[in-house]
Ligand binder design. Structure first.
Ligand SMILES: Nc1ncnc2c1ncn2[C@@H]1O[C@H](COP(=O)(O)OP(=O)(O)O)[C@@H](O)[C@H]1O
Ligand SMILES: [Mg+2]
Length: 316
């Protein structure tokens, strides 16, 4: 462990989640510094590669959310530069970040996913939006949930309880991606399950239950202190908690993730656990669920960050 002494935390990034990433990065950097690790923080920009070659870090800890941070692009560059980094490889990130593809792969392994379809904006132009929308509602029923096929922090995501709300939900969604994922809305208890692999294979952390005050876990509910109540561990029966843990580990393994991930799930009224998506660079802010789960597992967040960086160093 003594070998780890210089880490570069990458935070900020070019996505709409810039601010969240800055907060996550600050938290990781403070945690590592508290343990005596020398930490430099850097944003993604023209200075990054220069900084890395002028003073090469032992390990990069990417805490970038959204496109380029989670889609694998920055990690491709890290691979090229030969500096070890925390987290999944670029190819695994690419698959995990593409929500419809990740859904297909995890469903093949028996994890329940909301029924739905992914449609590009161009298709609505080509076929005529009203005819397409009518068929979607006829096929999937109501209520629905619309979200971009990639992204995070619930940007561009909307519940659709009435068919008349579908067009505006899609317009909101297309502001963030050219392809919309339209799913049956799952009603139930929202949970997030972190997975850590500190050397003995991926292990699920206790599920964290998310109860937003307005019922919707949107951007404001996520990052405004007090707007969401968290139960950590989640108030689930032992059986459902086990199913949620199994689902998160299956997702982590199926998509070939590494070190850390967070799977977002909804448990419906019958106790069935549905996969929504997985994050390869989970939020680490003061209102994020992964640090809460780490604490509730009786672990120290700073020590976990150091272990993750140390593992990357050993790999490198
Ligand atoms: N099929 C669905 N049914 C009900 N709610 C959903 C569904 N998909 C997503 N949500 C809600 O939208 C939020 C954002 O969706 P998610 O897929 O986790 O994307 P993000 O990457 O933005 O976190 C979730 O936290 C959940 O509250
Ligand atoms: Mg999510």
């Amino acid at each position: 462990m003594a070998d780890l002494n210089r880490v570069l935390v990458l935070a900020g990034g070019l996505s709409p989640e810039h601010e969240v990433s800055v907060r996550s990065g600050r938290r990781v950097a403070e945690a590592l510094r508290r343990l005596g690790v020398e930490v430099q923080t850097c944003d993604v920009g023209p200075g990054l590669l220069g900084t890395m070659s002028a003073d090469p870090p032992q390990v990069v800890f990417p805490v970038l959310h959204g496109t380029s941070g989670e889609d694998g692009a920055i990690r491709e560059v890290l691979e090229l530069s030969g500096v070890p980094y925390v987290g999944a490889r670029p190819d695994a990130c690419r698959v995990a970040y593409a929500k419809p593809i990740a859904k297909t792969l995890v469903a093949e392994r028996g994890v329940a996913v909301p029924r739905g379809l992914a449609l590009p904006k161009s298709l609505f132009h080509d076929l005529g939006a009203p005819a397409v929308l009518e068929r979607i509602v006829a096929m999937l029923g109501l209520p629905l949930f619309v979200k971009p096929d990639q992204g995070g922090s619930a940007f561009g995501a909307a519940a659709v309880n009435d068919a008349s709300e579908l067009p505006s939900a899609l317009v909101g969604c297309f502001a963030y991606s050219d392809t919309a994922l339209i799913e049956q809305q799952v009603k139930g208890t929202e949970i997030a399950v972190g997975v850590l692999d500190l050397g003995d294979g991926p292990v699920a952390l206790p599920a964290v239950e998310i109860v937003p005050d307005g019922g919707v876990y949107d951007y404001a509910a996520r990052y405004t202190a007090g707007r969401t109540e968290f139960f950590s561990p989640a108030r689930l029966s032992e059986e459902v908690a086990r199913a949620a843990a199994d689902a998160a580990v299956t997702v982590h393994r199926t998509l070939g993730l590494r070190d850390v991930s967070r799977t977002d799930l909804i448990v419906d009224g019958s106790g069935r656990v549905y996969f929504l998506e997985v994050n390869v660079s989970p939020g680490m802010t003061g209102t994020s669920t992964l640090p809460l789960a780490v604490e509730s597992a009786g672990m120290d967040f700073a020590v976990v960050c150091r272990e993750l960086a140390h593992r990357a160093l050993l790999r490198g």
